[in-house]
Ligand binder design. Structure first.
Ligand SMILES: [Zn+2]
Length: 451
């Protein structure tokens, strides 16, 4: 009898496992089926690495890639081909996060009831949110330097610009060796992390606003502050600064002092809370997670990390999203790259729906940060350098250890008509405001012109 009972329990357990497994399979079949079907090893869809059907357009309907039975046909203009390579992808699948690879299921018309259309069928028209002309302006503004430019609408989530450099013309592919050495296949906006330098002070500032009594707070900067057993230095002596001045002048000493007041635990909590250690899903494309170390034992290291140096590593897209949230009263609208899917005859098969997420900061904190970022432009970067833009921004000059610096510029337009957040990185480019600032201006002017 006991033997029977034991067998009955084992059978019951086995059937529970079976049902659980079936439930997991059904869920994944519905949510991930298009990725399984569009896996390049699926000979039903791919022959000689060729998708065979489907086409990719920008938001204005400019053709960026058309799959034919004889291979992919890219945009006519070579500048557009280079500028949009990382967002569009390539037929060879080298750009792993490109639309051609990531959205192959959408291009072939996959759905989980009917599966995929046969190879060489009509396929679908995939419209991206990006503006190819803006991407070309951004790519040209980077002028051959490594880096990335991202712009998105913080009210709808539509990504207008997603450019990574170096790039190449997919009609004239480079060797695998050259690609690997130069990091050509990586989309730096989405898939890489970099030392943030002073743009990270916007993160520390949010923690200060929430946790410290910053009104009336002042700091005296001699250009070098002794913390623990080393010095935290500024480019020059800033004298007496308020919290607002400290961000505007980007005073490392002041921010190191504020970071020590906040403590390592609070800082670690803020990089999590503000989304810098998480991976965002942009239509299923996962962004790289940032990495931050806030030392409990080394005060100088802790001070530097609050100023964006030390061991901090940040994903550019996560900063663009944070800036969007600050602009949007603290709430995030997640960036998206797919605007619409249409049948080959132009019949709409999807609608664009903004994806709202929980807030990153309170509306009050967002409001204080917005004022401070606006003050940076008015009293430091110069409004005349950004004509017609209600710009709120922070620059960063991040020392990378080889004597050079990454130039950063990030922020948003405080403008209901033009609700755009942005990030510019010029690797080893030099001074943030001087080098990355003009790139941001050129791109934002193009965004508004091309609306
Ligand atoms: Zn200073």
């Amino acid at each position: 009898m006991r033997k029977l009972e034991r067998r009955a329990v084992i059978c019951l357990l086995l059937s529970v496992f079976l049902l659980l497994g079936l439930a997991v399979f059904c869920f994944r079949f519905v949510t991930e089926g298009d990725e399984w079907a569009s896996f390049p090893a699926n000979k039903h869809l791919f022959a000689d690495g060729n998708l065979g059907c489907g086409s990719i357009y920008d938001a204005d309907g400019e053709l960026l890639l058309r799959n034919t039975a004889d291979g992919a046909v890219y945009a006519e203009d070579s500048g557009i081909r280079r500028a949009t390579l990382h967002v569009v992808g390539d037929a060879a699948g080298n750009i792993a996060t490109g639309a051609e690879t990531k959205f192959a299921g959408k291009l072939t018309g996959y759905n989980f009831i009917n599966g995929t259309y046969s190879r060489g069928g009509d396929g679908r028209r995939l419209y991206l949110t990006v503006d190819a002309d803006v991407c070309e302006t951004a790519y040209n503004a980077l002028d051959g330097r490594k880096g990335c430019v991202g712009v998105y609408n913080y009210k709808t989530g539509e990504v207008i610009c997603d450019v990574s450099s170096p790039s190449y013309d997919p009609n004239d592919p480079i060797t695998a060796e050259k690609a690997e050495d130069g990091g050509y296949y990586i989309n730096r906006l989405l898939s890489a992390t970099f030392v943030p330098g002073s743009i990270f002070k916007t993160v520390t500032a949010a923690a200060v606003i929430d946790h410290l009594d910053y009104e009336g707070w002042t700091y005296h900067c001699d250009g070098s502050a002794r913390i623990g057993d080393s010095n935290v230095t500024c480019v020059s002596a800033h004298g007496d600064v308020t919290f607002e001045d400290a961000l505007c002048q980007s005073c490392n000493g002041a921010f190191a002092a504020l970071t020590l007041e906040l403590g390592a635990e609070t800082m670690a909590g803020y990089v999590d809370k503000l989304g810098f250690t998480k991976s965002y899903s942009i239509n299923g494309i996962r962004t790289a997670k940032g990495r931050f170390v806030f030392s409990e034992t080394n005060e100088a290291a802790l001070g530097w990390s609050g100023a964006g140096q030390s061991e901090d590593m940040l994903n550019p897209c996560s900063m663009m999203i944070y800036m969007g949230a600050v602009a949007n009263h603290g709430r995030v609208v997640v960036p998206q790259l797919v605007s619409a899917v249409k049948s080959d005859g132009g019949f709409p098969l999807s609608v664009y729906i903004p994806r709202w997420r929980l807030r990153l900061v309170s509306a009050d904190t967002a409001s204080v940060l917005r004022e401070m970022l606006r003050n940076n432009v008015v009293n430091n970067y110069g409004e005349g350098n950004f004509p017609g833009l209600s710009l709120c921004a922070k620059s960063g000059t991040a020392e990378v250890g080889d004597g050079t610096s990454h130039a950063w510029f990030t922020g948003f337009l405080d403008d209901e008509e033009h609700p755009y957040a942005f990030i510019v990185l010029v690797e080893n480019g030099g001074g943030g405001a001087k080098v990355a600032g003009p790139v941001a201006n050129r791109v934002l002017q193009a965004v508004i012109e091309n609306e």
